[in-house]
Design a protein around this ligand. Structure first.
Ligand SMILES: [Zn+2]
Length: 489
């Protein structure tokens, strides 16, 4: 039996605001004293009234605009009820029928278009820590600092067919969030969490209509499995691959899979059963009576649109088309907004002396070869770096020496222009000595000299190398070659 894989993805992203979604408590809870950022609203005390955070709603819209969604002109909040200790009100303020953003899409590097059903605004829950021991003192602690932190949920249609595409989609969402400063999307800190839902269906016996998977004829759809709270992008791909294999095996052995929620165990690289669902959860959604409808004008939307910048996938296409940069290099260079701005600045500077494509190629090579690998907190001056690259292009410094200098400057916090000045000064000091060094090298290598005179021109490279070595790379290989030719006459 052949099966198709059907994947939908839900991604939660904490947005970057100073205060929480419905109160003025600060959001920066990481490594803070537990329960130090709380108030009656985010503790869910009776009578406390929520006031929506304008900036949070703008960031939700910005994510929608970056993913080609339609933005609603009226914002409604709803209550989603469930009982859990980390949810003090007994319900979460979320959005049900009318999300802020709907019907968007994201195009992956391979050209596949992932359709986004909705992006809605909600609030994060508190953090529980379960302490278990063999004694009778098992207990749980709850920290409400995270309770009420703005959260957006991005929901795709079940249109994804491979684990790799799901991973690429999550990667792209993370990049967009970072580029637009919507979120740092640091998955280790829980700022972004992914929840894929997966099912496998017999080939040719189902169809997709308006983002819904429907059976054809008397075929009975296999239920889907949800994998909760995955905290790394690689794990998204691994968890889906694991589930596809597990589900295929179950069906192969004649067992019907059951609808269930599973968790990802990162240590064992497997998913684990958490709970089964007979029917869909009944959250008893109802309109949030404490928040009136918020009107959004088209002018508001235009103003938020002005925060959009060229996004990574747009940069990749431009770098490849305009400058002939390889897809791999274009992806590396545009991975972060900072790296892309380095690249574009360096390309512009080199373009003053070099042809555009060569300038782009040199900029990409130097950044990927040295700068990105070593880059720490130090800002690297692209003016200085372009000077260094031009010295190399003009043959005034060897590539090895230039790279060594660059690495030294990055690692030891030195200025490239200072180092370059010192290098040029010592090179000119050496110039007088070079004649002597060249003579010395010729005296020491009589065989190479006679070979060269006998017509073996390749020996020249060896002799230049010997001189460069003796001057510790401090001289210009072209000058050395000229002196050698002169003296060998
Ligand atoms: Zn609060």
């Amino acid at each position: 039996m052949e099966y198709d894989t059907i994947i939908g993805l839900e991604i939660h992203v904490q947005t970057k605001t100073n205060s929480k979604m419905f109160c003025t408590c600060p959001t920066g809870y990481f490594q803070k004293e537990p329960n130090s950022h709380v108030c009656p609203v985010c503790m869910g005390l009776p009578g406390a009234l929520p006031v929506p955070n304008k900036r949070a709603i703008e960031l939700c819209m910005l994510m929608g605009l970056a993913t080609d969604c339609t933005i609603a002109n009226e914002i409604y909040f709803d209550r989603k009820h469930y009982f859990y200790p980390d949810l003090p009100k007994g319900y979460q303020i979320s959005q049900y029928k009318n999300p802020i953003c709907s019907d968007g899409s994201v195009t992956l590097p391979n050209g596949f278009e992932v359709k986004i059903e909705r992006i809605h605004q909600e609030e994060d829950v508190a953090k529980s820590t379960h302490h278990t021991s063999t004694s009778e003192s098992d207990y749980s602690l709850i920290d409400y600092n995270k309770s009420g932190v703005p959260l957006i949920e991005i929901v795709t249609k079940p249109c994804i067919r491979t684990a790799k595409d799901a991973k690429d989609f999550a990667t792209q969402i993370r990049q967009i969030a970072r580029y637009l400063n919507i979120s740092d999307a640091d998955m280790e800190k829980g700022q972004m969490r992914c929840e894929p839902n997966i099912s496998i269906q017999e080939k040719g016996r189902w169809e997709e209509k308006d983002g819904k998977i429907l059976p054809i004829g008397d075929y009975e759809l296999n239920p889907k499995v949800e994998v909760k709270n995955i905290g790394s992008i690689t794990a998204v791909e691994k968890a889906i691959e694991f589930e596809v294999e597990r589900l295929t095996k179950e069906l192969g052995e004649g067992r019907k899979p059951i609808q269930q929620t599973r968790g990802w165990n990162a240590n064992k690289n497997i998913t684990e059963f958490q709970r089964s669902k007979e029917t869909a959860d009944d959250y008893r959604y109802m309109p949030e009576p404490d928040i009136p409808v918020i009107e959004v004008s088209n002018d508001d939307i235009e103003r938020i649109k002005s925060e959009l910048v060229e996004l990574p996938h747009e940069k990749i296409t431009r770098y490849m088309n305009d400058w002939g940069i390889s897809q791999y290099a274009a992806e590396v260079i545009s991975a972060s907004r900072k790296d892309a701005s380095y690249f574009e600045k360096l390309q512009t500077l080199l373009f003053e002396k070099l042809e555009a494509k060569i300038a782009a190629q040199e900029a990409a090579n130097w950044l990927m070869g040295t700068v990105f690998a070593l880059e720490g907190d130090k800002e690297i001056d692209m003016n200085d770096l372009s000077l260094l690259i031009m010295k190399f292009k003009e043959g005034k410094i060897t590539k090895g020496k230039a790279e060594e200098m660059l690495k030294d400057c990055i690692s030891n916090n030195k200025d490239i222009s200072d180092e370059l000045d010192m290098f040029e000064k010592s090179a000119s000091d050496n110039a007088g000595n070079i004649q002597d060094i060249v003579k010395q090298v010729l005296d020491n290598n009589p065989k190479a000299v006679s070979d060269y005179k006998g017509g073996k021109e390749a020996t020249m490279g060896f002799l230049v190398g010997q001189v460069m070595q003796a001057t510790k790379g401090a001289s210009n290989p072209n000058d050395v070659k000229n002196i050698l030719i002169e003296l060998l006459k």
